[in-house]
Design a protein. Sequence first.
Length: 147
Amino acid sequence: MSAENPSDDFDGVVEQSHLALDAIAKGNHVPFKNLYSQRDDVTLGNPFGPFVRGFEQVVETMQRAASYYRDGEASGFEQVSKHVSDHLAYVVEVERFNSKVGGAEEVTPISLRCSSIFRREDGAWRLVHRHADPITTARPPESVVAT
């Protein structure tokens, strides 16, 4: 990693996360697993359930989420914001991919708003938090009320 410009290496890890999304669309969680820190404070919030904490729970949750997708591919990323400091970095994006979801036989377009936080561990950027959900358009106030 370049000590002079941590942003250069961060751009590379963001590209790795894009490739990991492509793998998720095909049902493979391993590339995302490999991006994660293995420390107990890591967290994940995905569209299929509540937040989980700790490396083992994160891996179990992402494996289950990946099992819901198949025959897909990433189709685009819209970066909303990015910040890189010496030890922490984040990226906020809208991720777009196509995949068969659940028992569906048709490939469906999917868009997720996603926030990913990374920290430097032993000279490498590691994912410590990821939150992805399907809210990519404005919704009425009533949409936040639990039914």
